[in-house]
Design a protein around this ligand. Sequence first.
Ligand code: NI
Length: 256
Amino acid sequence: MNLFDTHVHLDDVKFDADREEAIRRAGEAGVSYLINVGINLESSIESIKLAEKYDFIYAAVGIHPHDSVDAGPEYLEAIEKLAAHPRVVALGEMGLDYYRDFSPRPVQQELFREQLKLAKKLNLPVIIHDREAHGDMLDILRAEGAGLPGGVLHCFSGSWEMAAECLAMGLYISIAGPVTFPNAPKLKDIAGRIPPERLLVETDAPYLTPAPYRGKRNEPARVVYILEEIARIRGIDEEMMAKICTDNGKRLFQIT
Ligand code: NI
């Protein structure tokens, strides 16, 4: 299989003991493309370093809602500079997280809007994080989404109605490990309904480990379990499903 894990955090401390082995296992599992996604300036720089070291790894640079409060006044300029690196294929991750609320909501909203504007200026697609903030997420996308050069709702957790509105805005939907859980009928339904040309897969490793490894640390090699579950739901061949999702990722992130 030829797989594209569109959302990974290999710079996370949880990979300090075996980062190179995890990257090797990803390659052996058929992962041919992987985006390491920054969550703050330091992690964005680490993402670029990984992308410089490994041919099949690409970088996204941005400020996660959790880190918004610590971003500092010069952050936007710094992100713009990092984004000029040839291995950077997207801005992110960015968005809203009202589940943890690690940053005040008005700060999260401001940084999200600013990064969306920057993406339009730089003509880069965006990687969007939304957790329990669906109403405000849609409001901001309605206000700032026009003219975006593409984007993805990562680890989608909203309703089908929300997915449909995001699809109508031209966005992609990325499905992560929770789709493999037996108690996720809503997400399985959505994974079956997304138009094939807008569907992406991701691990979000080290988080969101799919079944049957739930509870253990996640890693990009396990994207195959997510892909297999989506292929099962949609009743199509796994190889074909992998090709569709990989082609979608290459199109969105303009990887040739
Ligand atoms: Ni993430």
